[in-house]
Ligand binder design. Structure first.
Ligand code: SF4
Length: 359
């Protein structure tokens, strides 16, 4: 996926070519506005690799983008934000009609951080696998009920175990539906590569997965590393090597961070993720999760499940503890503030462990 701003046509074209040279077979672009569509039109005809567009909350732009791309990804967890009184079935039927008219495929892109609230409320708070599978199945069955079959499904989570569980569960229920596999917010390499291998290799080894994506928190000019990591993983699975890599033992502290895309609100995001990794090394053995996210589209939802979460705005970073917002801090203030919260959390856990064992 391109990490450049879609309206920055020169950089986006360079990014697509970088990925194509590395051997990617499809490139995803984020589109959130009609200006993004105008930019897309200027370069869509100049690239040889098929383009896919990620619409997130902007599904109403489907008609404008469809003539220019091979695939449209919609997020079923984001359909409820607009035209609230319109049933989701109407929206999906419209998307399928557009896809049919312009000879596009659809991806039903389900993500752990943006489950449709109407589905989430049927499951215990915090559970992600059950709601993801239910949402994906509901949309796949609906598409088939209206005679639309040119689609694939993805179920992405930031936990390798949950990616495996969700994809196996969906594949058992709807084995004929192509799956796009990915671990969301895998984070910085090399840990992000190890985590992705841990999530995807068991599925690929069982013949599950038609397309894959490796999502790494790297700057735009290193995005081809995602393609190279994916290729190596496919080669290893084909040769029967299912080792995750030198990171078989993952550290106790899990830093999950998004790969960034054109929506990233401040380019300091990638550096911030790296600084968080450096600053928290002293707590590497503590089993906690810190999420670092690049924007408001997925940041608020996908930090809810982490012990501590940061999501970036243009000039500030939101700091959360679980689903509670602690405050907004400047890029200069955020690291010491995060350290304070991390130390507090470690002390609380240590005290509660001491009381549990009666010390
Ligand atoms: S959190 Fe935002 S910036 Fe990061 S990949 Fe997701 S949409 Fe892009």
């Amino acid at each position: 996926m391109c990490a450049t701003r879609t309206q920055d046509v020169r950089r986006t074209l360079d990014q697509i070519q970088l990925l194509a040279r590395a051997g990617t077979q499809i490139v995803r672009i984020a589109v959130d506005s009609i200006r993004d569509v105008e930019a897309l039109k200027t370069f869509a005809g100049q690239v040889e690799v098929p383009l896919s567009v990620d619409l997130q909350e902007s599904y109403r732009l489907a008609e404008a983008v469809a003539p220019w791309v091979a695939k449209i990804r919609y997020n079923p967890g984001h359909l409820h934000h607009h035209e609230r009184s319109r049933p989701w079935q109407d929206k999906v039927r419209w998307l399928a009609e557009i896809a049919d008219r312009y000879d596009c495929a659809l991806r039903v892109g389900v993500n752990c951080g943006s489950i449709d609230p109407a589905i989430a409320e049927k499951f215990p708070a915090g559970e992600t696998v059950g709601p993801m599978v239910a949402l994906a199945t509901m949309h796949a069955e609906f598409l088939e009920s209206i005679g639309f079959h040119r689609y694939c499904v993805s179920l992405k989570d930031s936990s390798p175990e949950r990616v495996i569980e969700a994809n196996f569960a969906f594949a058992r229920q709807m084995p004929h539906v192509p799956l796009h596999l990915g671990l969301t917010e895998a984070g910085l390499p090399p840990e992000g590569v190890w985590k992705t291998r841990r999530a995807l290799m068991p599925l690929l080894a069982q013949g599950i997965g038609e397309t894959i994506r490796v999502s790494l928190t790297v700057p735009a000019d290193r995005k081809h590393e995602e393609v190279l990591a994916a290729q190596e993983m496919l080669r290893d699975v084909a040769s029967g090597n299912l080792e995750f890599g030198p990171g078989e033992r993952l550290p106790g502290l899990d830093i999950i961070s998004c790969p960034s895309c054109s929506r990233v609100e401040n380019e300091r995001f990638v550096d911030l993720a790296e600084q968080v990794r450096q600053m928290t090394r002293y707590a590497a053995d503590v089993p906690l999760t810190i999420a670092v996210m690049g924007c408001r589209v997925n940041g608020p939802g996908e930090t809810d499940h982490a012990d501590l979460g940061l999501w970036c705005g243009p000039n500030f970073v939101n700091l959360k503890r679980g689903s509670t917002l602690i405050g907004r801090f400047s890029y200069e203030e955020i690291l010491p503030r995060l350290k304070e919260e991390l130390d507090r959390l470690i002390a609380e856990r240590t005290n509660s462990e001491r009381s549990r064992i009666g010390q």
